[in-house]
Design a protein. Structure first.
Length: 528
């Protein structure tokens, strides 16, 4: 039985055909993965299925019946639900309030609603407690609330947009367990992801989209991540070279006993000390919400430390404003590209200037030099393979991964001495990820110091020279990236281990755990 059938879907935007004659058939009771390069057209297709955008051509059928959606409300009424990458829950409300918000008509706002939530939570093993405040919940729990919210509205097909990007390995396993429960009850899941190992472990079928059109479906049992990546890209992938250590003994950034508090005096960061040398990447591992955001804010000057110092080479910069820090060679790839990285409604070339107004090539003396900035934007678009019809389109019109490539390109272009990289490859496809890693490694060879924050533990282990674990605002553990495994690191991130983490040899990996590559430098038959 087919749950959802999209046939001949075409969607055009000015200068771009985002979807061209796409076919997608999702069977009931299955997880169907959608993979493809950045800008391939995955989100556009899902927005069409969820009623957020109208196709120019093509048909949608749900349970064998042709439908036409003018809004998400129409899609929800036909059992289509979407869990977005950016969660949309109100922090200061309870789980119950969040779930019923906007759907009060279904089961009211009282006992009946609570019963329904409990019932759904139990049936699908979601562990959702109706009376908890959302702000008390971690990322994985919030995601389960989002899933429950969609189920509460009667969804039978769930669209999950890169749901594992923010999860640690153990949480990914738990999510996949939930997806299996959903399948067992006859529900269908459409799963978008760039993590091909995970896709192969959880999907029943995979549809590959390349440059706006479907190039085929793959069956996980007969496909390797590398083959999948090659289907996405349409050519063979290069095997990345192995990098040698480039760590020097020249300190670039030194943080000493940094402390940051809330207005009420609660520590958000406590006793944070580290040094990053020229040519060194320091990776910070942690479950989201343990102080990473505050650490980045303190380093770039968006928040000021309550005590402790930050020194850039030999100058104390603790009190400096963000602009001065940037001018003096601190690059910044922000965690939230929409809030801090881009002006979504401005053209790409103005985004090229953002945060670097007084620097070359954007400025000549005290004046802006738009021509030079535009020329340099073209160069970045080329060098970082930003898929766009031109540099005059708005940043909002780029796909998520291409927005990220633009930000990375901009920050790297200023040849920073110290780069703060928060999730530098979040949302980018495997090919672009490898390219960004190469750019970062190349700069490291030339003496760049990097603070790397990433939820992708393979990336963290593969790129870092030194690893620290942040937990409850403190650096509680350190590990050697040459030996530690993602599982060991993931476990320390939950506060289960402190001090120096030793790698323990295990005889064999159980066959049913997702394959996780040790390092981006050793992909053998895996592409990520
Ligand atoms: N509102 C829009 N206006 C103009 N162009 C758009 C708009 N939305 C998407 N596009 C373009 O359509 C193409 C497909 O984008 P889409 O977001 O669907 O890709 P994606 O496969 O989801 O990529 P990613 O993996 O980076 O999220 C891209 O070239 C993008 O620039």
């Amino acid at each position: 039985m087919t749950a959802v059938e999209l046939a001949g879907i075409t969607k055009r935007f000015p200068g771009v055909v985002a979807n061209h004659d796409i076919h997608l058939s999702v069977r009931k009771g299955t997880v169907h993965a959608l993979v493809g390069e950045n800008g391939a057209g995955k989100s556009t297709l899902m927005k069409i299925l969820y009623g957020m955008q109208k196709p120019d051509e093509g048909t949608i059928a749900v349970d064998g019946e042709q439908v036409s959606f003018s809004s998400p409300a129409d899609a929800i009424a036909r059992g289509i639900g979407m869990v977005h990458q950016h969660f949309m829950l109100a922090d200061n409300l309870t789980v119950l309030e969040n779930v019923v918000l906007g759907s009060e008509k279904l089961y009211g706002i009282g006992a009946k609603a609570r019963r329904k939530i409990k019932e759904l939570s139990e049936r699908y093993g979601l562990g959702v407690e109706p009376d908890r405040l959302v702000e008390e919940l971690g990322v994985a729990a919030r995601q389960r609330v989002e899933i429950l919210k969609v189920l509460y509205r009667g969804a039978t097909t769930l669209i999950l947009d890169e749901p594992t990007a923010v999860l640690v390995p153990q949480e990914v396993d738990a999510l996949f367990e939930n997806l299996r429960e959903l399948k067992a009850e006859g529900l269908s899941v459409i799963f978008i992801s760039h993590k091909l190992g995970e896709v192969l472990s959880v999907a029943d079928e995979i549809t590959v989209i390349r440059r706006g059109t479907t190039v085929g479906t793959a069956v996980p049992s007969e496909t390797t991540p590398r083959q999948l990546a090659e289907m996405m890209v349409g050519s063979e992938l290069p095997t990345p070279e192995t990098a040698e250590s480039t760590v020097t003994d020249r300190p670039v950034i030194t943080v000493d006993k940094l402390r940051l508090e809330t207005v009420g005096g609660k520590a958000l960061l406590d006793d944070i000390s580290f040094t990053i040398h020229a040519g060194e990447i320091l990776g910070i591992a942690g479950v989201e919400g343990n102080g990473q955001t505050e650490l980045v804010d303190a380093l770039i000057g968006l928040k000021h430390a309550d005590s402790g110092t930050i020194t850039l080479i030999d100058e104390e910069i603790t009190g400096w404003a963000t602009r001065k820090r940037r001018e003096q060679g601190i690059g910044y790839i922000p965690e939230d590209r929409h809030r801090h990285g881009l002006l979504l409604e401005a053209p790409l070339w103005e985004n090229r200037i953002l945060g670097h107004v007084t620097e070359k090539p954007n400025a000549k003396g005290v004046w802006l030099d738009p021509k030079a900035a535009q020329a340099d934007t073209r160069r970045i678009v080329e060098a970082y393979d930003v898929r766009t019809p031109g540099i005059d389109v708005t940043a909002a019109s780029l796909s998520g991964g291409n927005q990220q490539k633009l930000i990375v390109g901009r920050e790297m272009s200023h040849k920073p001495r110290f780069l703060i990289a928060a999730h530098p490859t979040r949302g980018v496809d495997v090919g672009a990820q490898a390219a960004i890693w190469d750019h970062i490694r190349e700069a490291r060879r030339e003496g760049l110091a990097v603070l790397l924050i990433s939820a992708d533990l393979d990336e963290l282990i593969g790129l870092s020279d030194t690893l620290r674990v942040i937990y409850n605002g403190k650096l509680v553990a350190d590990a050697d990236p040459a030996t530690i495994t993602p599982e060991e690191l993931g476990s320390a991130m939950t506060g289960a281990a402190t001090g120096h983490l030793e790698h323990e040899e295990t005889p064999e990996t159980p066959a049913d755990t997702p394959e996780i590559r040790k390092s981006p430098e050793a992909p053998e038959d895996e592409a990520r």
